[in-house]
Design a protein around this ligand. Sequence first.
Ligand SMILES: [Zn+2]
Length: 408
Amino acid sequence: MKCRHCYTALEYVFLDLGFAPPSNAYLTTNDLNAPELHFPLKLLVCDKCWLVQTEDYAKADELFSPDYAYFSSISKSWLKHASAYFELVRKRFSLNSESYVIEVASNDGYLLKNFVAENIPCLGIEPTASTAAVAEEQGIPVIREFFGAELARKLVAEGKQADLIIGNNVYAHVPDINDFTSGLKVVLKPEGVITLEFPHLMRLIEHVQFDTAYHEHFSYLSLNAVARIFSSVGLRVWDVEELTTHGGSLRVYGCHEDSGRINSAIVNQIIEQESKNGLLDITIYNDFQARAEKVKNTLVCFLIEQKNAGKSIAAYGAAAKGNTILNYAGIRADLLPYVCDSAPSKQGKYMPGSHIPILSPEVLKERKPEYIIILPWNIAKEVIDEYSYVKEWGAKFVTTVPELRVVG
Ligand SMILES: [Zn+2]
């Protein structure tokens, strides 16, 4: 396989998690009698441009099933993050009724509804029909397609170019990152701004966040790699912020290469820090598998110990991270009998691969588990606060990454 950005032959494996089904392929009771598709889940690293990427194996449209269950508005902390972002960009870029804002992967309108409320013209691009429909109900225009250079040219032909293009947690999820980035260039006004948020590869490596790997997460990005990809299409990273979301993300600000915007000093500072942390050398990538295995083995040992001691265990959060670690570790319902999730669209279904049932958090009150494993560790604080009542029967929360911790 060749690098999706620079076409160098890929020789180095960063992480091999065996085989797993697509992380959003939640199963119904009927599905449990049918065969289930599993794909290799392997990440490779390019030793020329340092793009970490999933191994090629299937087309994107086979993975994003039409009933894809994730609605951004379910997460309260994500909604808060979205409205804080809105306030920031509205002021910083003086957005008003004359501006035009495009969000790629607009999901259920969790973010663009803020722009609609302030009469700032906007457009959502969202291929998932169920979430797009919810956005449209809130008055947000949505194009139901995948974004790329072709769609960008179509928009320009219709007279649509953006002052602000937003991509929050989509950049790492596009199969063809070069085509997507070309599209950003095409649809951006001469002095327009692009903001992209994505998990920072430097934090993933630092905190052993191997469970953020799943098939739909095609790229694992350093600022160094993103700056190269931008530059290859005539865009420039002129500012960047470090965020705490998803265990450590970057918000990159892009513009046309010849824009009048001046680069902020932090851009080079972060690129230098990545270099100091070893991200421009193959060693750190070669060492990562052993660190992931250690985290996985510790969790399996913990579950077996608790089961042998007669303790009852539950998990919280039927998210992609959970599917990745459960499938990698071969954990099934005998060791982890159920996963609670507040999303009604997932309740009554089963986790892909592990077939662990997903139940409403209400069952915690009836079953009173002694340990609750929080699978999406990035929302651990939110979960611990919201379900603080489990302390009444002495339950303890457990997080697994970067090491197993028993809290509360
Ligand atoms: Zn490359």
